[in-house]
Ligand binder design. Structure first.
Ligand code: GLP
Length: 246
C-alpha cells in the first residue's frame, strides 16, 4: 500500500481529485467506483472545479457506487443517489445513464444485488475505486464480520454506523437500518483503490489498517493489505498515531 500524508481535509481532497483527474485524462473511458459520506465531498468539489476550469470531461466515464440505503426513496436528499447527483453528477458532463447506484427500493432486493453485480462485471469491472473507511473499519457498508468472499448484498447496519450517519438525518430513528453494498470481493476486484481518510475519529481505524496485526474479517478494511494496488491519502488528524508506513 502506498501512503500519502497530507496536512488536512482540504489537501486530502485536492490530492485525491488530482489523482482521479489524471486517471480520467489518461483513460477517458475509465470506470470509476465511487463512495459517499462526508469524506469524498471535498474531492468531488475539486473535480467539479477542475471540470469548470480545465474542461476535464466525463462524457465517456462510467461510475458504480459502493452502496445505497434500503427503503429511502431515491429523491430523498439523504439517499446516495441524491448525494451523488447533488455533489457531483449534476455538475459535470457525465451521461447520467452511465452512473450506477444500487436501487434500495426494488421489491426483490436480492435480484437487484445480483443484477448490480452482473452489470458491473459486464462493464469490465472497476478501474479505480474511491473508498472511505468507517470508524469500525467498514468499507462500503461491509460491516465487521462480512465474508471476504462477499459480492453485492444486503446488510444490516451496525449500531455504530447508524449513529455515525445520523448526523445527516433529523434523528437517529430516521436512518435506515439496512443497505445494499458491493461486497468485499467486489471491491477487491477493482484494479486500483484510492482510500481517503480524514479526521481524528478515523485515527484508530487507520492505525489498525496500517499497523494492525492481522488481516481479519472482524476488521473489513484490513483486506486491502491483500490488494496489489492501493493508495491511501490521509490527513494529519487521522494519522497522528501511526508508527510507520505513513
Ligand atoms: C458510510 C459509507 C461508506 C463511507 C463510510 C465513512 O456509511 N457507506 O462508504 O466510506 O461510511 O463515511 P464518512 O466519510 O462520512 O466518514
Amino acid at each position: 500500500m502506498k501512503t500519502i500524508k497530507v496536512k488536512d481535509y482540504e489537501e486530502m481532497s485536492q490530492k485525491a481529485a488530482e489523482y482521479i483527474i489524471k486517471k480520467v485524462r489518461n483513460n477517458p473511458k475509465i470506470t470509476l467506483g465511487l463512495a459517499t459520506g462526508g469524506t469524498p465531498v471535498g474531492t468531488y468539489r475539486n473535480l467539479i472545479e477542475d471540470h469548470e476550469k480545465n474542461g476535464t470531461s466525463y462524457k465517456h466515464v462510467t461510475t458504480f457506487n459502493l452502496d445505497e440505503y434500503v427503503g429511502l426513496p431515491q429523491e430523498n436528499p439523504q439517499s446516495y443517489r441524491s448525494f451523488m447527483d447533488n455533489n457531483l453528477f449534476n455538475h459535470i458532463d457525465i451521461n447520467k445513464t452511465e452512473t450506477h447506484v444500487p436501487n434500495g427500493n426494488k421489491e426483490t432486493l436480492h435480484t437487484e444485488c445480483k443484477s448490480y453485480e452482473k452489470t458491473l462485471i459486464d462493464h469490465g469491472g472497476v478501474d479505480l475505486q474511491v473508498l472511505g473507511i468507517g470508524s469500525n473499519g467498514h468499507i462500503g457498508f461491509n460491516e465487521p464480520g462480512t465474508s471476504f468472499e462477499s459480492k453485492t448484498h444486503i446488510v444490516d447496519l451496525a449500531p455504530s454506523t447508524i449513529e455515525a450517519n445520523s448526523r445527516f438525518f433529523e434523528s437517529e430513528q430516521e436512518v435506515p437500518t439496512q443497505a445494499i453494498t458491493m461486497g468485499i470481493q467486489t471491491i477487491m476486484n477493482s484494479r486500483e483503490i484510492l482510500l481517503i481518510v480524514s479526521g481524528e475519529n478515523k485515527r484508530d481505524a487507520l492505525f489498525q489498517l496500517l499497523n494492525g496485526e492481522e488481516v481479519t474479517e472482524s476488521f473489513p478494511a484490513s483486506v486491502l493489505r491483500n490488494h496489489p494496488c492501493v493508495t491511501i491519502i490521509a490527513d494529519e488528524a487521522a494519522s497522528a498515531n501511526i508508527k510507520y508506513g505513513i
